[in-house]
Design a protein around this ligand. Structure first.
Ligand SMILES: C[S@@+](CC[C@H](N)C(=O)[O-])C[C@H]1O[C@@H](n2cnc3c(N)ncnc32)[C@H](O)[C@@H]1O
Length: 237
């Protein structure tokens, strides 16, 4: 029997209109759809594509706990990979949904890592959250020879300052409860007026504002953009 294929599908940042045609084509053809989710919660990735999921498709929830310790999450990926492996071995493809792009801080990579030695894999890229954020703001991100850094909010203050000061533009992901620390670091660099906060980009609940006006506590789906406006040819920025 020919084994099934693992298909990682990026679902984009939240607005269902930001799905790619290929993502929709793979989802409507799926017999089995898997996705990461928290226990007792709806999956964000699934909610984005819900209208395209075929009636009767089998769904595999990979329940990944959100904890600082990584072992519980890795065990959840082991369990999910075993369930998906059984389906693939029986000759059926599995579409694994991943919010944004699957290989940009995406949980799909943990399934890919476990299953790619044994099964064919296809990855359908998705529109990533930071391009949705810059689009919402109509904010030029980098031009000419600008250097862009993408950094996670949980890193310590000194690392934040080092990375931000050595780049022309910075995207800070996974802001959440780290917002006050990140804001202090940006303020200490004298860059507060160049920093923008974006929450739930592309969704109807989207909020954007100068970082100086952002709430103390940010949701998980939020980021901060620092653009220094160093290109002299962009005169109105
Ligand atoms: C595990 S990463 C997933 C990134 C995703 N694969 C992508 O391509 O954007 C989760 C982080 O992405 C960012 N994020 C994802 N979707 C977002 C959105 N719609 N608005 C703002 N930030 C978002 C947040 O910083 C969040 O903490």
């Amino acid at each position: 029997m020919i084994a099934g294929k693992l298909i990682g599908v990026g679902t984009g940042p939240g607005d269902p209109e930001l799905l790619t045609m290929k993502a929709v084509i793979r989802i409507v053809a799926a017999e089995v759809i898997a996705y990461p989710t928290l226990a007792d919660r709806d999956s964000f990735a699934r909610s984005i594509v819900e209208q395209h999921i075929p009636t009767g498709a089998r769904e595999i929830r990979v329940e990944v706990p959100m904890s600082v310790e990584r072992e519980p999450a890795q065990l959840a990926y082991d369990t999910g990979a075993a369930e998906i492996s059984a389906v693939l071995s029986a000759g059926t493809d599995v579409v694994f949904l991943c919010e944004g792009d699957p290989l940009f801080y995406g949980s799909f990579m943990y399934l890919l890592d476990r299953l790619c030695p044994d099964f064919d894999v296809e990855v359908v890229p998705g529109i990533t959250s930071f391009t949705a954020a810059t689009a919402s703001l109509a904010l030029p991100l980098v031009s000419r020879n600008d250097i862009l850094a993408v950094i996670p909010g949980p890193i310590d203050s000194e690392q934040l300052k080092t990375r931000i000061s050595s780049s022309d533009a910075t995207i800070i992901m996974k802001v959440g409860r780290h917002l006050p620390k990140i804001r202090d670091a940006i303020d200490a660099l004298g860059l507060l007026e160049h920093a923008t906060y974006v929450e739930r980009a592309s969704l109807s609940a989207e909020r954007t504002m100068p970082l100086s006006e952002a709430p103390e506590s940010a949701p998980y789906f939020s980021m901060i953009l620092v653009t220094k406006g160093s290109d002299p040819w962009l005169k109105n920025r």
